[in-house]
Design a protein around this ligand. Structure first.
Ligand code: FES
Ligand code: FES
Length: 139
């Protein structure tokens, strides 16, 4: 995970989100709905966005990337420049999904952004600014 290996001893049925937050102290990953609806808990597994609240940790194979592993990604600064956060609760998941998007499509169109980010909800309604942040992530 994030370039490191961790050993954890948890019961079968434990979610990846629970391990991240409760076992490893990686609380950048947020849990909101805890039912796979909102995207707040998004991490990447081998570069693909995954909802960690409904992912059983024993089923995970591959490299997990959390928001902590993306602290130096240009998207972080771009979100700040675009003022794309309000309460910030959805922001880690938004950036994790956006990083997966720009990794495969470095110059995404607005349609690609809306499609790629469709799984990440924002109760504060910062969608236009999130879109701007992703459009200009390399500026
Ligand atoms: S907390 Fe995982 S999808 Fe909402
Ligand atoms: S900034 Fe508050 S939920 Fe998105």
């Amino acid at each position: 995970m994030n370039g490191h290996r961790y050993a954890v001893d948890v019961p079968v049925g434990t979610s990846l989100a629970a391990v991240l937050r409760d076992e490893l102290g990686l609380t950048g990953t947020k849990v909101a709905c805890n039912e796979g609806h909102c995207g707040a808990c998004t991490v990447q597994v081998d570069g693909v966005p995954r909802l960690s609240c409904i992912t059983l940790v024993h089923t995970v194979e591959g490299e997990v990337t959390t928001i902590e592993g993306l602290r130096d990604h240009p998207l972080v600064e771009s979100f700040v420049r675009a003022d794309a956060t309000q309460c910030g609760f959805c922001t880690p998941g938004q950036i994790v999904s956006a990083a997966a998007l720009v990794a495969v499509s470095p110059a995404p169109t607005r349609d690609e952004i809306r499609h790629g980010m469709a799984g990440n909800l924002c109760r504060c309604g910062t969608y236009p600014k999130i879109e701007e942040a992703i459009l200009h992530w390399r500026d």
